[in-house]
Write a protein that binds this ligand. Structure first.
Ligand SMILES: *[C@@H]1O[C@H](CO)[C@@H](O)[C@H](O)[C@H]1NC(C)=O
Length: 310
């Protein structure tokens, strides 16, 4: 009798197990939508196509992408002037944000399935899913929208890297930031203040100088109005430039994006384009129309499941 019961239990377990495997197969897509380019060319050559899901390796996480962004390097890569690094995806996109869907077998416990994260990528971000090395992924502050978070990785890590890793910024130092109205410039201005330094900017228009000053620059010089070097040297102790690791950045800067924090950091977003308008987004950047970041929305934020459903 015991044996019979055991068999029955085994059978029902098997049914449940099969149902789960079957469900998983049904819900786990094998393909996804991604930005495609058949040969190098103009922005209108970009299109959205169906490709295989990326393969997860041992130290990577698989991210269900909600938003991504574009960078100058993407424009160059599109034109065939900047090949992706060896082994990287040939899909464009150096950054993405979303929810961790799966983890490679050798990942640490630092990140969990269901975490809302941002990722710095060698490529592949302009897609519905992307894999990223766990060390280049950071949990985004609670309450931050994916659209805002998508404006962070490239711009802010570049600024952080220049200031802290390259320039070894010390409290009280003056930092001269060229192109202070650019994405990296506006981030650097805020990070210099966060570190207790004094940012001074140069920019090509009064509007950009005003923007930088509103974000914390001590003073700005229009480089189109004669030599600024003399004026700047009077105010600068050091001309510092630096570089950031994701870990340090996520510990020392990321928390300051939280609303209401003492030195609140602000992303500067110019426009949000839907993924299918990727070509238009490239053209917009190529025409130098953007002041802040150009973000690409991959999924509606409303599609984000409540935490309990993950
Ligand atoms: C996972 O880590 C172990 C221990 O460091 C290593 O031996 C193994 O090769 C790794 N597996 C993969 C697939 O990288």
């Amino acid at each position: 009798m015991i044996l019979t019961r055991f068999v029955i239990i085994q059978e029902s377990l098997l049914v449940v197990l099969f149902a789960q495997i079957f469900d998983r197969k049904v819900t786990m897509a094998t393909t996804m939508q991604a930005v495609q380019l058949d040969e190098p060319g103009t922005s209108d050559k970009l299109y959205i196509g169906t490709v295989a899901m990326p393969t997860l390796t041992a130290n990577e996480v698989l991210i269900k992408v909600f938003a991504t962004a574009i960078n100058r390097a993407d424009l160059l890569q599109r034109k065939g002037l900047y090949p992706p690094p060896k082994g990287a995806s040939n899909i464009l996109g150096l950054e993405a944000v979303g929810i961790i869907e799966d983890k490679g077998i050798n990942c640490s416990d630092k990140l969990s399935v269901g975490d809302r994260v941002l990722a710095l990528l060698p490529g592949g971000g302009n897609a519905e899913y992307v894999t990223a090395h766990e060390g280049q992924v950071a949990v985004i502050p609670s309450g931050m929208s994916f659209t805002t978070a998508a404006a962070i990785p490239e711009v802010w890590l570049t600024a952080y890297q220049l200031l802290h890793f390259v320039g070894k910024l010390q409290k009280g130092e003056h930092v001269l930031i060229h192109a202070g109205g650019s994405g990296v410039g506006t981030a650097a201005v805020q990070l210099v203040r966060l570190a207790g330094g004094v940012p001074i900017v140069t920019a090509g228009s009064e509007d950009k100088i005003k923007k930088a000053v509103s974000l914390g620059a001590e003073v700005g010089f229009n480089y189109k109005e004669g030599s600024f070097v003399e004026k700047v040297l009077k105010q600068t102790n050091s001309e510092s430039y630096k570089t950031a690791l994701v870990k340090e950045f996520s510990e020392n800067a990321l928390p300051y994006f939280n609303v209401g924090s003492t030195h609140q950091l602000k992303t500067v977003i110019d426009t949000v384009f839907p993924l299918q308008d990727i070509g238009r987004a490239h053209q917009y950047m190529e025409d130098n129309k953007n002041i802040g970041k150009i973000v690409i929305q991959v999924r509606d934020e409303k599609q984000e499941p409540p935490r309990s459903e993950l």
